[in-house]
Design a protein around this ligand. Sequence first.
Ligand SMILES: *Cc1c(COP(=O)(O)O)cnc(C)c1O
Length: 364
Amino acid sequence: MSILNFANQFVCDLVAYEPGKPIEETARELGLDPDAIVKLASNENPLGPAPAAIEAMRNEASEVHIYPDGGGYKLRTALAEKHGVGIENVVLGNGSNEIIELLCHSFLNPEAELIAAEHAFVVYKLMATLFGAKYVEVADPDFIHDVDGMADAITENTRLVFIANPNNPTGTLVGQEALDRFMDRLPDHVVAVFDEAYYEFLEDAPDTLKYVREGKNVCVLRTFSKAYGLAGLRIGYGIASPQVASVLQKARQPFNANSMAQAAALAGMNDKQHVAKTLETNNAGLAFYEKAFAERGLEYVPSVANFVLVKVGDGDALFQAMLEKGVIVRAMRGYKLPDWVRISVGTQEENERCIEVLDQVMGG
Ligand SMILES: *Cc1c(COP(=O)(O)O)cnc(C)c1O
């Protein structure tokens, strides 16, 4: 008998998360020059890390024989100050993905339910499955979260409701009024999670930290992976009401946020110039793609983030054909969107290359 018969069935049943295809792997498999490959598949910052963060990492490098500050005092203090909350509200994570896991660890079990939107970030479903909980999907007409429908779906077994705002892969945002209406209906036995990985890209961002300050059962997720360009370090955070934060702190490993990551995040969060340049590049890139898609008669979902979802016919085939020409995009079959691909906004040069290859591939 196989050892797998003794593993938890709900873990064996998991379909593992499929990340954007790495540049090195693509180069190896297709015999391409890695420097010539354009990766627009994981919503990374095309300008790289903030210069201040690189400098901080250099300084930290000679100290990595010492364990990190497990309490993350400096970074949590700085984040608390920046967001107008207390240090007790801030939980660091090995990427904000870890905070998602800590929330599930803390609140899910085989009787519990997690609610998310039909085309929500796929990690919520993976995590619900990993903890044997019931995953409840609410339809999102026009790819916009229906938060009223999500409130309707709450039962006595619901513990977590995830609202990705803006959502990945759709790039759509739910506004303040709808969120306020949702929060007014949130019962005491449910935690509302606002996943705001793309917050920095928003011009008119809804305020969800006010719910934390009001002491509601809320966790707001932010990350250094996107606008701050530190995806490889794995550093993100949750801002939660003190009770929610206290249980998340118990669920994490003692040194989950490493010392390089803490140092880089602390320096990067104050590099306003880098973030401003990132937003400028992104806004120009989004406009470029939307114009290019419109000119080609391709349906797309208007995005407020750093990526855009576009309908291309057979998404897997387009992904493969573009890959062979050195441009990596993301096929969306895993999101039940087999006709679509998601393209991350790159530098102007990368965006132009992407459309050039898209034309070559779709034209013939
Ligand atoms: C990219 C992304 C994250 C960030 O993940 P990290 O673990 O912080 O790198 C979280 N949520 C969504 C919806 C994302 O797209």
